[in-house]
Design a protein around this ligand. Sequence first.
Ligand code: ADP
Length: 431
Amino acid sequence: MEKKIRNNMLIISVLVVLITYICSGISLYWSMMASLDREVKGIASQISLILKEDTDAFSQMSVFSESRITLIESDGTVLYDSIKDSLTLENHLNRPEVQRAFEKGEGRSLRFSASQDTQTYYYAVVLGNGICLRIASETHSLNAVFRSGLFVTTIAVLLVLVAAVQFSRKFTQKIIQPINQIDFDHPKENKVYPELEPLLENLERHEAMRKEFSANVSHELKTPLTSISGYAEIMANGLVKDEDIPVFAQKIYDESRNLFHKIEDIIKISRLDESKLPFQLEDVNLRAVIESVLEHLESQIEKKNITVQLELTDVIAKGIVSVTEEILYNLIENAVKYNKVNGTLIVRLSENLHCVHIEIEDTGIGISEEDLPRIYERFYRSDKSHSQQIEGSGLGLSIVKHGLFLLNGEIKVESTLHQGTKFMIDLKKHA
Ligand code: ADP
């Protein structure tokens, strides 16, 4: 984190210094040129006044020794030049500033020296007598302006780099310190930055869910254990007639199996909770998984005399075998458990280019409209399944949902009370 902050700071600081350097260089150059223009214009108006009084007053031009002054006739012949002998000078009509002055009254141009460090600014104006007065003044070029600021700018960049490194270290510590001091047992009580509020809310929600899960687990395990110890106590006190002992023993056996299944489901969901992506994806033969689940449930299917209809194609999907087995086992087991005697169970498996589609349909007790939105909640069991004394932990569909999340799959359900339920799964073929 410190490295990231430091690098960003370095980039921003250097950019700021460079942009400031470029902008101030350009604005300095502009203001320098504007004042030069004002200056040469001032000289031009003074010379025009002198020449008005005395047309041959060339000697007085030396007052303006810093600028080169040239007087040019309308045909381009140089009448006077303050630096060179006018007779040695060529015709000046082709000079851009002179041409422009004869056209528009005044003209300007800029010519660079060979070194590009200096440049000459030319200002030409046509006087009342038709003669063109040209003033040339040497000044620094933009190049030279930038070069003059280079040393100071380099020092500034170095200072800024050192400051950014120091500042980023302090800044990172300042950000990190309150995060390290967060009390994870009471996330909402922490006073950190507003930006961390969503994280703290998430932690709080997680903590609440964890507490609720533990409370539910204890409650779910206590119920069958209470029955088991109750039956066992009655038997131990000799309160059960000999002929009733098998009945009580069966009850203890059923409750202990119930307890066993619940513990198994709790372990499964905890394991899924702890699972971290990415998994090693493998080929899953879905047809084989469905057939193996049905084989495991054979005795329950026979007990209820359920007719199984299979509409399966050979589909291989990329996924996790154990998770896929878990999902299909829970859904098919529910379709058997909540089915009616002599009911029907239909399993369909199909695929298209990207997706695998699985349907598990039963003609069982169905799910009411109020129960439907809650069936994936942990430990949720509808009143109907309770009243019909169907064994279960209420964790099966949470396991399904969790598993599908890992496989990037989706589930939908349609159900009509007393008529049946259809679960539809879409799995990505390549997860
Ligand atoms: P359980 O262990 O109770 O079966 P699940 O999480 O698998 O737990 O299911 C939650 C509840 O959803 C069940 O108690 C039941 O009321 C309802 N349910 C799930 N599948 C079916 C189904 N195929 N037909 C009717 N009800 C179902």
